[in-house]
Structures are given as structure tokens and as C-alpha cells.
Ligand binder design. Structure first.
Ligand SMILES: *Cc1c(COP(=O)(O)O)cnc(C)c1O
Ligand SMILES: [Zn+2]
Length: 401
């Protein structure tokens, strides 16, 4: 059993309240369990397949979930890159291997299941792309309509293609993501759609399982977890999940939570560097990593706590550094990710060079979305295919001359 609890004033709400913020003070809500009453047996968990639903006792869904078999993503050792950076214990958790190609599926399997559990009949979100792709797929699976608002012209091609193909009502707003989020919140309030942006506390419940899987896959607590930060929901979610593992006595320390943003969109980095309690939004966020092109992260309050309480840090990387790491992951490790995902590993490169990261740390980077999400950025970076006449002489001449 769970309650919805305000992270600021502690006000507590019934599990079936349709609420995204505290009615008393306006701050964010978190799903809180009575852990003593849960009776979780680790041996039972370990016998279950490694998917998000291994951890179902720590999730709010009571009936059969709306699932596309998400989670259980690979944790790859980055051997070649690790050697180059002098980091022998460097890993990447490839969230691009989820059903719709990003970690958003973890949030949506729980979020859409909760929509049905709460009796809602339609769902909506604003999105930089992946949230809309994922919501469209899970709404299709659930058999309910979905409305998604995108910043016009600023969403990677693959993501729009998914939202359209899965049958969501796709609306392109002539403004940025932050404005689209404002609009969809209004729409949900006035017309009773269920809001599935990461301000929705149930979505973060699904996403926290990234951290739980890392513990099970590594067999240990990493010293550091590094995530790209857009709305800052994912880093908050992973921190929350691992905190529950501490309370259950499954682990005895937390990794240093480390958030990476793009140079042109770095309100969380500024807040950490300047010691601010509240962040100053970036007016016109700009980066090639469209998934983290967000100027006013809704989960900033949770993320700042996650970073500070674990002795972590935040840093920004340039678009050039992001793209260089996207190529390195692809060419040196065989791991195909979209630009925002490469930001986490690019951040590690920067932090190890500046001496913030210790070389003997065990580091898990979350790489958040698949290479195929953003084919246009890929094609622009690479040489085009070499076209030849269909004869052996032409083939040999381009290969060996
Ligand atoms: C949504 C997303 C992010 C940002 O996650 P937040 O929880 O908003 O901080 C990063 N990378 C990818 C690929 C995403 O889809
Ligand atoms: Zn409150």
C-alpha cells in the first residue's frame, strides 16, 4: 500500500487522488510505501526474470499491468572507452533497448497502468519526443486515446514517426517544450485527461527500476551513477529507488548521483554550482540533444536533493562533446545511442579529465535512448555511402586504391 506525500510540507494524500502537485503548497508529490508491511523476499525477486516487474512490490500497480515487456536492459562494460579514459570500471546501462527505444517505457508501463487503475479514459503529455513515442505505444496497448504536444520542428524524426504510427493525436506547438508542458497541464485540468509527464509521481516509480536493476546486474552498489538531465525526473527516480533499497536493508550506501546537461540548457548545473535552492530557468534552451532541450525542469527540486544528498555533482557538455561521444560509443563499443544519451558518458570524460571523478570509481552511465531515434543527426555527421557501378572492378577500386 502507498500514499502520495508532498516532498516539501509532508501533506499526505489518498492513493486514488488525481493530483500532480501538493494542494497545500504546490510542491511535487512522491509515492511512499509502508516498507515494513511489504514482506519482500530477495530470493523470490532473484528467481524472477530481470524486467521492471521483478520489483512489483515496490510499484503502485495492483492489477495486471499494461506492459510491452520493458526493463531488463543490458549493462555493458565499456572496455575500450574505459581504457582510453583510464577508468577500468566504467559501464553503460542501455535504456535504448526498451520496447519503444527509451527509458520512458519504464515510466509509461506504470503510468498508463495507473491511468486505468484510477479510472481515467484518456492520456496526454508534452514531449521532446520520447515521452510521446512511449505514451502512444502504451496507450495503444491499453486501448485508450492519447494526445501529445510537441515543440514544432524540434523533435527527432524517429520519435515523431513512432507517435504517429502508434495512433496518438500529435500536435506540434509553435514554441518550445516548456510552453507545450504548460499547455498540456491546462488541458488535462480542464478536460480530465490523465497527465503523463514526469511531474506524474507514478511515472517516476517505473523509472526508479533502472537503479534497482543496476544493483542486481552489478551485484554491488556503483560509486557513481551518471544520467543526462532534461526534466530531471530520471535522476530523481533512480535516487528514490535506491533510497528504498537502503530502507529495506538491501544496500548500505548510495552512488554519487551525477547529472549532465547540455551547455545551452543547463539550469540544474547552474543551481548546483551556485548553491541555489531554486533554479533559474533557461529562457531559450538550445542543444542538438533535443531530448534534454528543457529550460525549466519540473523535477528540479527532487534532482537537486538527489545530487546534494549523495555528494554527487552536475556538469555540462557542449554539442561537439556530445556528438564526439555518440560516435565513440558507436565505433568503439558498438553501442548506438541518440545524442542526449551520449551526454552522460561525455560528462564522465569531462569530469575525469578535470579530476572530479576518481579513476578507481565504479561508474554506471545511463544511456537513455536508441541511435535510430534521431537518424538525421547521425546522417549529418557521417560520410555518405560510396555509390559504385555494379562490377567487381569498381568495388575493388573504392576499397583498395
Ligand atoms: C527524456 C529523456 C532524457 C531526460 O530525462 P529527464 O527525466 O527528463 O531528465 C534524456 N535522454 C533521453 C533520450 C530522453 O528521452
Ligand atoms: Zn505540500
Amino acid at each position: 500500500m502507498y500514499r502520495l506525500v508532498c516532498i516539501s510540507c509532508g501533506a499526505d494524500y489518498a492513493p486514488d487522488a488525481i493530483l500532480y502537485r501538493c494542494e497545500r503548497c504546490g510542491h511535487l508529490l512522491a509515492v511512499t510505501y509502508d516498507l515494513d508491511s511489504l514482506h519482500i523476499d530477495r530470493a523470490v525477486w532473484n528467481a524472477r526474470p530481470l524486467t521492471l516487474w521483478r520489483y512489483r512490490e515496490l510499484l503502485p500497480v495492483s492489477g495486471d499491468p499494461v506492459t510491452l515487456q520493458e526493463g531488463g536492459t543490458p549493462l555493458y562494460p565499456l572496455t575500450r572507452l574505459g581504457e582510453e579514459l583510464g577508468l577500468p570500471h566504467l559501464y553503460a546501462k542501455h535504456e535504448g533497448m526498451n520496447p519503444s527505444g527509451s527509458f520512458k517505457d519504464r515510466g509509461m508501463t506504470v503510468g498508463v497502468s495507473m491511468a486505468l487503475q484510477l479510472g481515467m479514459t484518456s492520456v496526454a503529455c508534452a514531449s521532446t519526443g520520447n515521452t510521446s513515442a512511449s505514451l502512444a505505444a502504451y496507450a495503444a496497448k491499453a486501448g485508450i486515446p492519447a494526445v501529445v504536444l510537441l515543440p514544432a520542428g524540434k523533435v527527432a524524426l524517429g520519435k515523431v514517426a513512432q507517435a504517429l504510427m502508434h495512433g496518438a493525436k500529435v500536435i506540434a506547438v509553435r514554441d518550445n517544450f516548456d510552453k507545450a508542458l504548460e499547455m498540456v497541464q491546462e488541458l488535462c485540468k480542464s478536460h480530465g485527461l490523465y497527465l503523463l509527464n514526469s511531474i506524474n509521481p507514478f511515472r517516476l516509480e517505473g523509472q526508479k527500476t533502472i537503479g534497482l536493476e543496476v544493483i542486481d546486474q552489478l551485484g554491488d552498489v556503483p560509486d557513481r551513477m551518471v544520467l543526462p538531465v532534461g526534466n530531471a525526473g530520471n535522476i530523481s527516480a533512480v535516487h528514490k529507488g535506491l533510497g528504498e533499497f537502503i530502507d529495506l536493508g538491501f544496500i548500505d550506501r548510495l552512488p554519487m548521483m551525477t547529472g549532465i546537461q547540455a551547455e545551452g540548457s543547463r539550469p540544474v548545473v547552474d543551481a548546483i554550482e551556485q548553491g541555489l535552492c531554486e533554479l533559474v530557468p533557461t529562457e531559450h534552451p538550445e542543444t542538438i540533444a533535443t531530448a534534454i532541450r528543457i529550460g525549466a525542469p519540473v523535477n528540479a527540486e527532487k534532482a537537486l536533493t538527489a545530487i546534494r544528498a549523495t555528494g554527487g555533482t552536475a556538469a555540462s557538455v557542449t554539442d561537439e562533446e556530445i556528438l564526439a561521444m555518440q560516435r565513440d560509443l558507436a565505433r568503439k563499443e558498438g553501442i548506438g545511442v541518440e545524442p542526449a544519451s551520449a551526454a552522460s558518458v561525455a560528462g564522465v570524460r569531462k569530469l575525469v579529465e578535470s579530476g572530479v571523478i576518481d579513476r578507481d570509481e565504479t561508474i554506471v552511465c545511463v544511456v537513455t535512448g536508441h541511435l535510430l531515434k534521431d537518424p538525421e543527426t547521425v546522417i549529418r555527421q557521417c560520410e555518405p555511402p560510396i555509390e559504385i557501378d555494379a562490377d567487381a572492378a569498381s568495388l575493388l577500386s573504392v576499397l583498395y586504391s
